[in-house]
Ligand binder design. Structure first.
Ligand SMILES: O=C(O)C(=O)Cc1ccccc1
Length: 311
């Protein structure tokens, strides 16, 4: 096991690399670019790396399906940190290329929905073909495979390209969330501003099946932050659900919600409890009156007194 190596969706120059370098510990780690999300995660599974940073969600297109599917299958992995990065694309070209000369464009598959309107307005005839990542697209432009790539402006120098257009983003304040994934271990202690990620498989389909899952959170005052269905591969109509819930598995209401889900779901995969990026415990206390663990514990203590006839 290499305790000092972190992998990430490469090659050099991805937003994923930029997100990884915002983590303090990245300064003392060997950062290794990988050709795909599965490759980055498999390096952790086989002990070649201690952790991998991969994109998991963006504010325009939702979940990054390659990551959600990889975390829902295969040898279990756990999420330990998240990083949220504002995303603005630059159109990277070989020096001297004019906008009128661009016939083919590339970028990560989830980049296209984030620049769709810009493309329609400025390059309506350009043909899009996805690359493994935005920086991989830049590399392919350098090699002459495409005329332009949507990537971070910071990637231009790495691939001898120039940013013909900058600050391209259809949606204001577009963000992408990345997660640092490692082998399963005890989650870090609660911070008061955590989230818990799980993957849930539905049992026999029946009216209200999904509601029964959601109720395990709702009745305990646990707020959901993401729910994304993904095909299980067992045929049309067979789905699992990636769910992010506010709180930490060590919180009674979150732990009891997971116990309830374990009772009603044929399969539950715990992906981790970890600090929410950019949110403090004070923020959470101010927002979630009535659902903090203290209120839940007080109600639980009251029930115990009633059960003992000491109400
Ligand atoms: O990290 C990158 O550059 C990627 O290709 C993944 C990605 C895709 C779209 C927005 C942010 C990150």
């Amino acid at each position: 096991m290499s305790a000092t190596r972190y992998t990430y969706l490469g090659p050099e120059g991805t937003f994923t690399e930029a997100a990884l370098r915002t983590l303090p510990e990245a300064a003392t780690r060997e950062l290794v670019p990988m050709v795909s999300v599965p490759a980055a995660l498999d390096a952790v599974r086989n002990g070649e790396a201690a952790a991998a940073l991969v994109p998991i969600e963006n504010s325009v297109e939702g979940g990054v399906t390659a990551t959600l599917d990889e975390l829902a299958s295969g040898e279990p992995l756990m999420i330990y940190r998240e990083v949220v990065l504002p995303i603005a694309f630059a159109l990277l070209v070989r020096p001297g290329t004019k906008l009128s000369e661009i016939k083919t464009v590339t970028g990560h598959p989830v980049a296209q929905p984030q620049v769709r309107n810009w493309l329609r307005a400025h390059l309506p005839e350009a043909v899009w073909e996805s690359a493994a990542s935005n920086a991989d697209g830049a590399r392919l432009v350098q090699e002459g495979r495409f005329d332009a790539a949507f990537a971070g402006e910071f990637a231009a120098a790495t691939y001898g390209l120039e940013p013909l257009v900058t600050e391209i983003h259809d949606a204001e304040n577009a963000e992408t969330r990345f997660v640092l994934v490692g082998r399963p271990a005890r989650p870090a202690a609660p911070t008061g501003a955590d989230k818990t990620s799980v993957v849930l498989w539905l049992g026999d389909d029946h009216p209200g099946a999904l509601l029964e899952l959601l109720q395990e959170f709702a009745v305990r005052g646990v707020n959901l932050m993401l729910i994304q269905s993904r095909p299980t591969g067992a045929g049309i109509g067979n789905y699992c659900f990636a769910v992010d819930a506010e709180g930490h598995i060590a919180d009674r209401r979150v732990g009891e919600a997971l116990m309830g889900l374990k009772r009603i779901c044929p399969k539950v995969r715990f992906l981790g409890s970890y600090p929410r990026a950019g949110v403090s415990a004070e923020d959470v206390r101010a927002l979630r009156r009535g659902t903090s663990d203290a209120e839940f514990t007080a109600a639980s203590d009251w029930l115990a007194r009633v059960q003992d006839g000491r109400a």
